[in-house]
Design a protein around this ligand. Sequence first.
Ligand SMILES: [Zn+2]
Length: 291
Amino acid sequence: MMGARAIRAAAAFAFLLWAGSAAALRPRPMVELQPGTARPGDVVLITVRGEKAPLSGQVGDKTLVFVRSARGFRALFGIPVERPPGEMSLQIQLPEGAGTQDGGEIALSVDIVEPGFPSRELQVSNQYINPPPKAKRWMAQDQAAFRRAYDQPLTGLLFRQGFAWPRDPLVTSHFGDLRLFNGQKQSQHFGTDLDGRVGDPVAAANDGVVVLARACYASGNTVIIHHGGGLFTAYFHLSRMQVNPGMKVVRGQRIGLVGKTGRVTGPHLHWASKVNSLYVNAESLLQLRFD
Ligand SMILES: [Zn+2]
């Protein structure tokens, strides 16, 4: 939290400086960064207020994609899981007349801390470690369906309030856990596991449009919701799916029931999120304020 406050203070200072030295120019816009301190895998939200012309920006070698909202321009990005601790800098280019005659640039940074992802061993049915040929074809079709679902045109954010847990937050495994399946297959957990019984309700974490509802091999019955701005949430291993692709949903609306379909050790909800093609920690969405 200290980091977020420090960044906001820095942005306010920049505003005062420009207002004093270039009174004839439009005031420099206010930039808010949430959070100021983050872990690899977290989602970061940038809000730029007081600017009407479209913005551009970069974080590392990636382009920041700004979309319009009622509160100004917003961009979301995910911190890659392999990102080492330290300062991650980003730049926003301002259009002409904003603070200086030819635009100029705002530089910000996020403080990345050590994630300390824990390791654990899991046992699953061997058909998920060495899938038979039929399963490999099924998985290839699933991958194609996921790609189509995540390939949405860029829209503004389709929600106005913050994100909510999709069910009771009884977390059994967090995002980023390093796993060894049946003593041989290594992977990283790109989701949050929430405990539950088969048949417990699962709700949409925020408003959006359903872009996938499909029986998949590894993720079981799977629902994916697009929230606009390149942001998605996904819900795996459902016993029942109660929405169809193209349906609009609102935060808290029931979309299916907890199950144990696909590669699981027991009934639970695997809740995942993706932003601009990167799997991110869905739990980190809950901390962001969109008002
Ligand atoms: Zn999971």
